[in-house]
Ligand binder design. Structure first.
Ligand code: E4P
Length: 218
């Protein structure tokens, strides 16, 4: 399972990279705004900064919602760095743009996916990644994990190469459950990743080992 971090915060990306388990980064317009990154040049520079920290794929989302606008913006993003993945919303024009980029060998991430049918369409259009938003479905009392299971079944039935990128991960157990059902990638906040480290028996066991070692070496 690949681990992506879902943030535009450079310090957090550096921390996750330093852990040695990071495979990529996803951003979205809200995450960029949260970091105060505004204006085209600053936004493009920020994507470059992220690419210079991590080795893997970096999803950069288009703002345009029409086909021509998405193509123009997406090509500019893809030209920026070979790690850039063009993130496209799950709309009619978005699917057309996905097919266009896929035919040109440009990586894509179809975002804001909330149904198995949308995921099927994204795979048909050649998406590199499809992003079902697990947490946002859970937020409205729908079963986000069930959606990922459905997409896994459909993609396996037809050997689609599109990778399932479990997005809108909110906590550590989301990651564990996504791993159990075979999501290819997860993207979540740093806290969801570092949460995987924690177990009280690890802490108490280590404290005991160190105390016994200290006694034996008095
Ligand atoms: C996915 O690529 C999105 O950036 C993200 O996972 C959305 O998460 P949220 O629902 O916590 O905003």
């Amino acid at each position: 399972m690949k681990f992506f971090i879902d943030t535009a915060n450079l310090a957090q990306i550096e921390e996750a990279q330093a852990l040695g388990v990071l495979d990529g980064v996803t951003t979205n317009p809200s995450l960029m705004a949260k970091e105060g990154i505004t204006g085209k040049n600053n936004i493009l520079k920020h994507y470059l900064d992220i690419c210079n920290i991590v080795d893997g794929d970096v999803s950069a989302e288009v703002i345009a919602t029409d086909f021509e606008g998405m193509i123009k913006e997406g090509e500019e993003l893809a030209d920026l760095h070979d790690q850039i993945v063009v993130k496209i919303p799950m709309t009619k024009d978005g699917i057309k743009a996905c097919k266009y980029f896929s035919d040109k060998g440009i990586k894509t991430n179809v975002t804001l996916v909330f149904s198995a049918g949308q995921a099927l369409l994204a795979a048909k259009a050649g998406a590199t990644y499809v992003s079902p938003f697990l947490g946002r479905l859970d937020d409205i009392s729908m079963d986000g994990l069930n959606l990922i299971e459905e997409i896994r079944l459909i993609y396996d039935n037809y050997a689609f190469e599109t990778e399932i990128l479990a997005a809108s991960i909110r906590h550590t157990m989301h990651i564990v459950n996504c791993a159990k059902i075979g999501a290819d990638v997860m993207t979540g906040p740093l806290s969801s990743i570092t949460g995987l480290l924690k177990h009280p028996l690890t802490d108490s066991g280590l404290a005991q080992f160190l105390a016994d070692h200290a006694k034996g070496n008095e």
